[in-house]
Design a protein around this ligand. Sequence first.
Ligand code: SAH
Length: 354
Amino acid sequence: MSNKIDIKSLNLEEMIQLVAEMGEKAFRAKQVYQWLHQKQVDTFAQMTNLSKAFREQMQNRCYITSLKQEQVQISKIDGTRKYLFALADGNVIESVLMRYKHGNSVCISSQVGCRMGCRFCASTIDGLVRGLTPAEMLDQIYKIGQDIGERISNVVVMGTGEPMDNFDHLLRFIEMLTDENGLHISQRNLTVSTCGIVPRIRELAEHKLSITLALSLHASNQKKRLELMPVANKYEIHEVIDACRYYFEKTGRRVTFEYSLVGGVNDTDEDARELSHLIAGMNCHVNLIPVNPIEERNYVQSNGKVIEAFKSKLESNGINVTIRREMGRDIDGACGQLRRKYSRKQTITSTCIS
Ligand code: SAH
């Protein structure tokens, strides 16, 4: 498979080139693209408006990425669905469907594992395996759409992995997701979350897209951020904030700051005051997330009163703030938890067999 072309990761332009190489007319490229990204077929045989010879040629030279649903957990509280998908190489990834009044939102993974090392995050514990291909990112959305038989209107790249650490594939994913011959999701309905890889934030800004940038801030000063996020060793907090300002200047899109509240670590009055100062005057939005405790670390959630007080303090300083509703609390909600549990189970099973 490795020397075959990953046809579902080709953008329309590349598809036109491939189709030309195979001696077919350019309009056939659009048809193939629509089969893959709108009708979402998994075999060339299903592309019934194309000649048999052409389909066979594609079959010989290309393969179609298709994720396999291994498991789905459905929340009894709010209908959130957490999926575990197997990739062709045997790795597993997780994706989440959240149902809101305004539509269905899918949270996708961008990598298998992660190398950023955030202290409170389960996805990073075993490090990075590899980045996902554009097709593997897209297919998470396609498979979930098929499973529920409804349209997906919003996508957030907030699952396992650091999207800016898989930058070229991320850009292509965005292009393909928003293509009118594919799902045609509006750029405005797409959010990309990053731990703050400064050069990539600036590069993304240059593309002047209308997607929302979410920045995982989680602390009000450099010292505290460093305790939670090793990436702060590389990019100092003010550098990160400057990159976010730049993103707004270039795109006109309000930046979201994600702030996971960890009991006794970053939730004091002083933290709220410092945070207000840090982002003063920015056109932004703060999303407070009660940290989701993972069993590998002893972080705890801030209590409800503390969270409300933190929010009020920011609001009194003129900052736009919401507390993120916790979705799927009953189903291994936090990033990377389901995948970790699954991998551990597999290891135990294989030990038993051998
Ligand atoms: N690497 C990207 C996207 C994946 S993480 C990023 O860092 O933004 C998505 C969001 O979930 C980030 O804000 C991350 O810090 C947060 N997160 C991860 N584990 C968490 C946990 N246990 N509790 C609360 N938020 C968590």
